[in-house]
Design a protein around this ligand. Structure first.
Ligand SMILES: Cc1cc2nc3c(=O)[nH]c(=O)nc-3n(C[C@H](O)[C@H](O)[C@H](O)COP(=O)(O)OP(=O)(O)OC[C@H]3O[C@@H](n4cnc5c(N)ncnc54)[C@H](O)[C@@H]3O)c2cc1C
Length: 353
């Protein structure tokens, strides 16, 4: 008889772990305390699949895992959901006063020399005709992608159900489920007190509709305070994010005025037509993060309990590889080739060898 698996949390990590386990023939049930799709860090995320863009903070092995993550999304969305993945790369630009940040970022890139190039004003205009020529220089990274977060959650839920899995609305704890399932996989994201090493990092994002402007790919605008991106969604809608606010415990879903002003002025500085854009939504959520901002898998074999957490800003990028590690372990009792990534042993300063 196949093993039974309970997953707590229907965020991107819980759904990926559940889907991977169901693909291996395990009997999977996801417990989510909110209606599906839940309002959580996963549902409001930007959906950037941008491992190179994070290279100044992400160790090289995680960058490689991120590329695997992009492959996963390409291979697994299926025809019905293939539109939610956009793999047209990403473009970095900076205002003249911030151009040193572009230079500084480029210093990290030689290690991936085949995967990026400097672009001049003419090349920027070819990539993105709506961006005007005040941005004289930029960086183009063709291998990056982005995904529509809510559609990706829906896609995984749909595929999980096709494989016989289920999502039940219920707030629960590992203890409550232990006796009824062979394994419990805890993917609750940031919850105060579930893990003393986990901290909450608030992220805020806004949705704008600008009928006068188009982008073919996400644009990163170098910003002195946090990584800022403008992501095109369908129908001239743009997600502009995301703030990174340390030590945030409460998830009220609200956005600080300062962040709203900064995100909106970034959009306006990209193109003046954003002055007439409509603000469709502003939201926030708490990202789960360990001290080194890298995710962990912790296994308690005796209690058949696995805790996966700490995806910080890389939920969409790394959850496919992380979910696969967990599913493989539950099925076989063995660690696969990526498992060590989530054990903490590579969580040092970036290395480029
Ligand atoms: C503004 C913003 C932008 C971001 N942009 C990106 C991006 O561009 N690219 C990227 O890769 N990542 C991005 N991230 C990060 C990414 O969203 C997170 O890393 C990821 O969502 C974490 O997923 P998770 O499944 O661990 O947690 P969550 O998404 O928080 O899901 C946990 C779920 O568990 C449920 N739950 C909690 N307790 C219980 C319980 N007791 N019983 C049942 N259910 C429970 C919650 O309701 C929730 O639905 C962004 C995050 C934010 C906030």
């Amino acid at each position: 008889m196949s093993k039974s698996v309970a997953v707590i949390g229907a965020g991107i990590l819980g759904l990926n772990a559940a889907y991977m386990a169901a693909k291996r023939g395990l009997k999977v049930c996801v417990f989510e305390k909110q209606d599906f799709p839940p309002a959580n860090a996963s549902s409001i995320a930007g959906g950037m699949l941008a491992p190179f863009s994070e290279i100044d903070t992400l160790p090289m092995k995680f960058v490689q895992a991120g590329l695997k993550g992009i492959e996963f999304w390409r291979d697994n969305l299926g025809e019905d959901f293939s539109d939610c993945l956009q793999d047209t790369g990403s473009l970095f630009i900076a205002h003249p006063e911030d151009k040193h940040m572009l230079e500084r970022f480029a210093q990290h890139l030689p290690a991936i020399s085949d995967n990026w190039k400097w672009v001049n004003a003419k090349e920027i205009a070819e990539l993105e005709p709506c961006i005007n020529n005040k941005f004289g220089r930029g960086l183009y990274i063709p291998q990056e992608a982005n995904i529509h977060p809510l559609q990706a959650l829906e896609a995984l839920a749909h595929k999980l159900k096709q494989l016989g899995g289920d999502i039940i609305k219920q707030e629960t704890t590992p203890k409550e489920l232990n006796k009824d399932y062979d394994w419990v996989i805890d993917c609750r994201g940031y919850v105060p007190d579930i893990d003393s090493n986990l901290r909450g990092i608030k992220g805020e994002i806004i949705l704008l509709e600008n009928k006068e402007f188009e982008l073919k790919r996400p644009v990163r605008l170098m910003h002195p305070r946090y990584p800022l991106y403008i992501i095109p969604r369908t129908n001239n809608i743009f997600a502009v994010g995301a703030s990174v606010i340390e030590n945030s415990n409460t998830d009220d879903g609200l956005v600080f005025l300062r962040s709203a002003m900064e995100l909106m002025s970034a959009a306006y500085s990209l193109h003046p037509s954003f002055g007439e854009a409509k603000v469709l939504d502003m939201s926030s959520a708490i990202r789960p993060a360990y001290l080194d901002n890298l995710p962990r898998i912790k296994i308690d074999g005796q209690d058949k309990y696995i805790r996966c957490n700490g995806l910080f800003r890389h939920g969409y990028l790394l959850s496919p590889v992380m979910g696969n590690c967990v599913a493989h372990y539950v099925e076989t009792g063995e660690e696969n080739e990526d498992f060590a990534l989530f054990s903490g042993q590579f969580n040092s300063a970036p290395t480029y060898s």
